[in-house]
Design a binder for this molecule. Structure first.
Ligand code: IPE
Ligand code: IPE
Ligand code: MG
Length: 236
């Protein structure tokens, strides 16, 4: 029987290379990437994954050309507008993590509206990481803990691994079981750091726009062959 990961996180990489291979502008690769997102969201919902976290825009991606960043913001807005109804129909809850203050006001509004509309759904939780960095997440959590201490709500001794995790963006979500990265790069690029302490990693050369249900199944199949020991050993 297949063991379905409760939480899958994906670094959706390779849109630009997909486009350049076809002599197309990078943004066409991002548009094609949205199709892969739809496929993966649908497949994860259908197989009973609890949480799917997608890396859409890293804290460092703002250092790309103004043209690419602006087009990415626009694409984000268009997709949010288009997909909310469908996500609702499929009982998907939406959570956007990251420093959204970088995003244009209309995108911020739409993001807040979409999350509010889908908040009561209890099927798949879709987490979109936008202007997100694992280092940023840990720093913002530390800031919250420091503020709570100044207010006298906690003392430094109250800070434990479990209590600190409550300040992180993925508090209340199950631990990441499987982390997937497409496009052949073998790095984390400042995605989830704290949360991947015991995740299984799966890398594929497939570029994100070509990532489909068969690719997802391959990753889950690989996950099913992992021996997750979490540092402990069975008594022999
Ligand atoms: C991933 O594709 C999407 C974003 C980072 C927004 P890239 O745009 O990084 O594609 P490559 O890595 O240049 O091929
Ligand atoms: C990571 O990919 C970010 C996303 C997929 C959203 P990048 O393409 O930005 O990462 P690097 O630059 O190759 O490390
Ligand atoms: Mg890339």
């Amino acid at each position: 029987m297949t063991n379905i990961p409760r939480h899958i996180a994906i670094i959706m990489d390779g849109n630009g290379r997909w486009a350049s291979k076809r002599s197309l502008p990078r943004i066409v690769g991002h548009q094609q990437g949205v199709k892969a997102v739809r496929t993966v969201v649908k497949a994860c919902g259908a197989m009973g994954v609890k949480t799917l976290t997608l890396f859409a825009f890293s804290s460092e991606n703002k250092n790309r050309s103004t043209e690419e960043v602006t087009l990415l913001f626009k694409l984000f807005l268009t997709v949010l507008k288009q997909e909310v109804k469908k996500l609702d129909k499929h009982n998907v809850r939406l959570k956007i993590i990251g420093d959204m203050t970088l995003f244009p006001k209309d995108v911020q509004h739409m993001a807040a509206e979409a999350q509010a509309k889908l908040t009561d759904n209890d099927g798949l939780t879709l987490v979109i990481a936008a202007n997100y960095g694992g280092q940023w997440d840990i720093a913002q959590a530390a800031k919250q803990a420091a503020q709570a201490a100044i207010k006298g709500e906690i003392t430094p001794d109250d800070i434990t691994i479990d209590s600190f995790a409550n300040y992180l963006s993925l508090a209340n979500e199950p631990a990441v079981d499987l982390l997937i990265r497409s496009s052949g790069e073998l790095r984390i690029s400042n995605f989830l750091l704290w949360d991947v302490a015991y995740s299984e990693f799966y890398f594929t050369d497939t570029l994100w726009p070509d990532f489909d249900e068969a690719e997802l199944n391959k990753a889950i199949e690989s996950f099913n062959h992992r021996d997750r020991r979490f540092g402990a050993r069975k008594e022999t």
